[in-house]
Design a protein around this ligand. Structure first.
Ligand SMILES: NC(=O)c1ccc[n+]([C@@H]2O[C@H](COP(=O)([O-])OP(=O)(O)OC[C@H]3O[C@@H](n4cnc5c(N)ncnc54)[C@H](OP(=O)(O)O)[C@@H]3O)[C@@H](O)[C@H]2O)c1
Ligand SMILES: *[C@@H]1O[C@H](CO)[C@@H](O)[C@H](O)[C@H]1NC(C)=O
Ligand SMILES: *[C@@H]1O[C@H](CO)[C@@H](O)[C@H](O)[C@H]1NC(C)=O
Length: 286
């Protein structure tokens, strides 16, 4: 069973199934563009230790610069990025990885994910990334947006387990079948869009609980994810929010309110794409 640790501070970590140690909390940088360097440096200076980027976000360079600007050592920061699986397959995955390392100005990345089960070449690309791991370019290889069928397919192909599956997780998108499978198979769950992209900040239930606990709606959503033991990566480009979004460790949501939040999942709603139901053929995992 994968351990289900609840972060106690920005520096709390968990050990992945390959022995790599990962922070349980971090900053997502999707849609942070011009000032990615400033935002990343500010986050690190406030104590954030994990940054989640992707080829798709076009800001790996800004992340690399932000780490430099923060004055922290590269090895003190955990960087996650993702390859956008395309019809071009393994060769393209390795080129993209090299480009990522160049942009980060680093000779390794901590965690590299297949962004989604798509593009028709995931098995082949995954094998190539495991080779790159042997060469030291990647410390840990994982996946994102994988449904149970995709995780089962990797196992059936005799491929090493991914260390992490990064999926959309907030009270309206709980993906319990995927979480259960991951926990039973020692794959660590990382949740994305913990704030439902800011689209539920006005939600009545969230605001009632926020008022009751004297917290902000964003803090309730972030704490819900932390308290479920998911690695949690809220995005913000605002300095003040970097601080309040990370102020979720010295209090908790009482069980009765967690039950109310969990019940919101009875009417699933997604704030983004959902490739977790792609066919094995679309994924290239047959
Ligand atoms: N693997 C995947 O397919 C995938 C998909 C989606 C996301 N992700 C990752 O997960 C990260 C987080 O998800 P996300 O960016 O989709 O959305 P999110 O973190 O759920 O929400 C971000 C939005 O909420 C706003 N926000 C942040 N803090 C707030 C606060 N305290 N009060 C009110 N609004 C607040 C942000 O605006 P401001 O910037 O103005 O604060 C932004 O508009 C991404 O950045 C990315 O790293 C991965
Ligand atoms: C980054 O840019 C956004 C949007 O232009 C701005 O609102 C924000 O304050 C900037 N953040 C930092 C840390 O400079
Ligand atoms: C996606 O797959 C899950 C099982 O993992 C299922 O519960 C859900 O209904 C499917 N959604 C769609 C839109 O097919």
């Amino acid at each position: 069973m994968a351990s289900r640790l609840i972060a106690k501070s920005l520096e709390s970590t968990v050990k992945l199934n390959d022995g790599v140690v990962i922070p349980l909390f971090g900053l997502g940088v999707y849609l942070i563009d011009n000032n990615c360097t400033d935002v990343v440096a500010a986050a690190i200076n406030q104590g954030y230790r994990l940054i989640d980027t992707a080829e798709l976000y076009g800001n790996e360079h800004g992340v690399g610069n932000g780490i430099k600007e923060s004055g922290k050592k590269r090895e003190d920061i955990f960087v996650v990025s993702k390859w956008w699986p395309s019809s071009e397959g393994a060769k393209r995955a390795l080129q993209t990885l090299d480009h990522c390392l160049n942009s980060l100005q680093s000779n390794y990345i901590d965690l590299y994910l297949l962004h989604a089960p798509q593009g028709g070449h995931c098995a082949e690309a995954y094998r190539a990334l495991l080779e790159a791991k042997k060469q030291g370019k990647i410390r840990s290889v994982g996946v994102s947006n994988f449904g149970v069928i995709h995780l089962e397919a990797l196992a059936k192909l005799g491929l090493e387990k991914p260390s992490v599956n990064q999926i959309e997780l907030h009270p309206w998108q709980q993906k319990q079948d995927i979480v259960k499978y991951c926990r039973e198979h020692d794959i660590t769950v990382m949740g994305y869009s913990p704030l439902a992209k800011g689209q539920k900040i006005q939600d009545k239930t969230i605001n009632e609980i926020a008022n009751k606990l004297s917290k902000t709606p964003a803090q309730i959503l972030i704490r819900w994810s932390v308290q479920h033991g998911y690695i949690t990566i809220p995005k913000t480009s605002q300095k003040s929010r970097l601080q309040t979004n990370a102020d979720v460790f010295d209090w908790s949501i009482p069980d009765e309110d967690m039950k109310v939040l969990d019940a919101l999942g009875d009417k699933p709603w997604s704030c983004t794409w959902n490739p977790t139901n792609n066919s094995l053929r679309e994924a290239g995992l047959q």
